[in-house]
Design a protein around this ligand. Structure first.
Ligand code: PAF
Length: 277
């Protein structure tokens, strides 16, 4: 496995990879969710590149950038055993050199949900992902369904900016009790960890009602809100029942739909979602 940091090293290493290259962009502190992206890329592409970069531009001023968990040695061991060909670990100076002033911003789709709660977040995400795409030139790029809006925003960006890259969204990987895997789960103490399953339980209850025939989006949202409110350690930020592609809030579920929520458990912000087909 090649491991590089600078842009020149990345370009030289990239020349050694031929055929379709799959890219899995990450911020490190890898878990099974990330590894599932790398394994899927391995199954579908001739070569796999994983980037590890904790992108300062997507963190708000009150968010956890300096405390964001990091363990590069462990990440590299995991990626090696997943059969990854090239790992790129740029520094902030490589990605945002002095004088940097060009940003990539998706408009409408980036406004609701995460965009409303985390102003500037998607501008940071789309800028860094565009730079990763330009540098790595993958044929396919792999993202997790847990960040459903991120995947939708990146799909829109790739379409609008003519990146010839297939955007592949991989299923959420969950712990045995349903909690969606996330690098941020490490912040939860034992009591909070138990409480954190409330997102999965609330979304599952709404999905059950949908499967029994409920189509009113307001009722599905209400079910989720009530269950989250029943958990004393949880503070809900939003609950949404939106069109899967446009992320517009729905009155009635008629097509592919995204049920999503963001909840604080103590100081840790967790997100989760279910897709209704
Ligand atoms: O999902 C993430 O980990 C990040 O948002 C990404 C896509 C690596 C961009 O920094």
């Amino acid at each position: 496995m090649m491991i590089v940091s600078t842009l020149d090293e990345l370009r030289t290493a990239r020349l050694l990879l031929d055929g379709v290259v799959g890219l899995a962009p990450t911020m490190g502190y890898l878990h099974e969710g990330h590894l599932s992206l790398a394994r899927r890329a391995k199954a579908e592409c001739r070569a796999v590149v994983v980037s590890i970069f904790v992108n300062p531009a997507q963190f708000g001023p009150n968010e956890d950038l300096s405390k964001y968990p990091r363990d590069l040695d462990r990440d590299l061991r995991l990626l090696e055993s997943a059969g990854v060909d090239l790992v790129w670990t740029p520094t902030p100076e490589v990605m945002y050199p002095p004088g940097f002033q060009t940003w990539v911003e998706v408009e409408e789709m980036a406004r609701p949900l995460e965009g409303a709660m985390r102003p500037g977040h998607f501008r940071g995400v789309t800028t860094i992902v565009a730079k990763l795409f330009n540098a790595v030139q993958p044929g396919r790029a792999y993202f997790g369904q847990k960040d459903a809006q991120q995947a939708a925003v990146i799909r829109q960006m790739a379409r609008d900016l003519d990146f010839p890259i297939e955007i592949i969204v991989c299923p959420i990987i969950r712990e045995a009790d349903g909690l969606a895997m996330s690098s941020r789960n490490i912040y939860l103490d034992a009591e909070q960890r138990k409480a954190a399953t409330i997102l999965y339980r609330a979304l599952s209850a709404a999905k059950d009602e949908f499967e029994k025939g409920e189509r009113k989006a307001g009722i599905l949202r209400q079910i989720i809100k009530e269950i989250i409110a029943s958990e004393p350690l949880a503070r809900m930020q939003y609950v949404s029942c939106s069109d899967y592609d446009t992320l517009q809030e729905l009155e009635k579920v008629t097509g592919k739909t995204l049920l999503s929520t963001a909840v604080f458990i103590g100081k840790t912000r967790l997100i989760d979602n279910f897709v209704l087909e």
